[in-house]
Design a binder for this molecule. Structure first.
Ligand SMILES: C[S@@+](CC[C@H](N)C(=O)[O-])C[C@H]1O[C@@H](n2cnc3c(N)ncnc32)[C@H](O)[C@@H]1O
Length: 220
């Protein structure tokens, strides 16, 4: 029994949200437009993850960030808001339609000039990244079966204090459900097993939303 574990009930989640910075008008409008897309809207990160990404971007003094999986732009907006003047965010996605929504809200939030969006399979965009431009923060939230490939492209490009954040590492609880053996679940399990014992990195898995893992390179 893990005595320190506090189950996040709906009232407790409401309490948590009330003790985080509230969404502003652009974030609320973006979330509302995304919700109107239907069930697919559940791909959007949770509100507190947005707060966390902005906070982490500021903490790390991120000059260059990479996002893999942009959708309608909530996580990108959160990262972009934490960037200092001159800071840049490269977004990778394959959907013109969803990122079209993102672009409009980035304009409204006045962060569009910090964001470059590449519409292509993310692995191609990452492989083409020069190794001379250090990545200070990477947020990975796209196709789960490619997480490991994204990791291997991003890890050597990380700056000395750079951090990779993986989203959905608990995959709705499927990681511990023996009946779940679809390719996404298998990929997330394999990634989690690999990262925790990867001697190149220090990693921490946290029960934020659907689970996040933060990874930094070990000093060699
Ligand atoms: C979970 S959503 C991202 C949610 C986003 N981070 C947010 O906060 O709203 C996953 C996104 O990954 C994109 N995607 C899926 N496969 C991809 C690939 N091979 N390369 C790039 N993007 C991909 C999808 O188009 C989708 O927009």
């Amino acid at each position: 029994m893990h005595e320190k574990f506090t189950a996040l009930t709906p009232p407790l989640y409401e309490y948590l949200l009330r003790h985080n910075p509230p969404q502003d008008d652009v974030q609320a409008a973006l979330a509302e437009e995304t919700a109107a897309l239907g069930p697919v809207s559940m791909m959007q990160i949770a509100v507190e993850q947005g707060v966390f990404l902005t906070w982490l971007t500021r903490l790390l003094g991120v000059r260059f960030a990479v996002e893999v999986g942009t959708f309608t732009g909530y996580s990108a907006l959160s990262i972009a808001r934490g960037l200092p003047p001159g800071g840049r965010l490269l977004c990778c996605d394959v959907s013109e339609e969803w990122t079209g929504i993102a672009r409009r809200h980035w304009e409204r939030a006045k962060v569009a000039d910090r964001i470059e969006l590449r519409i292509a399979p993310a692995i191609e965009t990452l492989k083409a990244l020069p190794r001379t431009t250090p990545v200070d923060l990477a947020f990975i939230d796209a196709d789960k079966t490619s997480y490991r490939a994204y990791y291997e492209e991003l890890l050597p490009r990380l700056s000395p204090n750079g951090v990779i954040v993986f989203d959905n590492v608990l995959w709705g609880g499927s990681v511990v459900d023996a009946a779940k053996n679809d390719e996404n679940t298998a990929a997330i399990r394999a990634l989690n097993d690999f990262v925790v014992s990867d001697a190149r990195v220090d990693a921490v898995m946290l029960p934020v939303a659907d689970g996040i893992t933060l990874v930094r390179r070990r000093a060699s």
